[in-house]
Design a protein around this ligand. Sequence first.
Ligand SMILES: [Zn+2]
Ligand SMILES: [Zn+2]
Length: 229
Amino acid sequence: MVKTCNCCRGHSGDYDEAKLRRCAGCQKVYYCSTSCQKEDWVYHIFHCKPSRPINTADYLARAVFENLLPEHPQTCDDYGFSRVFTAEEKSKLLGLYIGLIKVIKIPPKTIHGWRIRGALVDEIKATFYKIPERTRGGYFPWFLQNEHIIALAGQPLSEDMMHNYADEMMRSWPLSIANLARKKIVIFCMPFSYPSGAHTRISTSGLTSDSHRADHRKKNRYCVLNTSD
Ligand SMILES: [Zn+2]
Ligand SMILES: [Zn+2]
């Protein structure tokens, strides 16, 4: 492997190969500066030997910097992504966390602490209220109207929400209608959409799936739930 900075790959303005330092955690990668090391940590923590266990706030932070919805199921449960059903709402929720982690620069460790204390909603509010209103962006006002998403994060979805979710999925994937006719419910089972395991409990249109095995094809992100005859 070429010896270069694991963050800027030699492209930072004052890059100096002579200044490369090995990561003390894993001894496997190099950084040209502490700022490069800091910047890369959100990704590198997953490949290094961190001094603390990786938690779901770390997964959240990585998703934020990649600008992608988190896929890690527990992270989706912990941070509310399992409680929003539409792509639009999911991206608003991600937008809120982008503001918090990338713009305001709250470290994942801190966010993890808030969640463990059950103070995620209050701390998010306190953090945004500390900055001028014009710099808060559009996702914070959305959050104020939807704070239950985060307040109830991690709790099982109610029956109603499950039904709404199933309906949403049905609408968004016409193929599932065809499969319904064949007595199969095919649903998108994006790992970030359901509280872990909840998809096996879904019932819709009188077709129960409780006793059926979900063929959880993670790779394609959908499940086939065979319905009872
Ligand atoms: Zn660098
Ligand atoms: Zn390392």
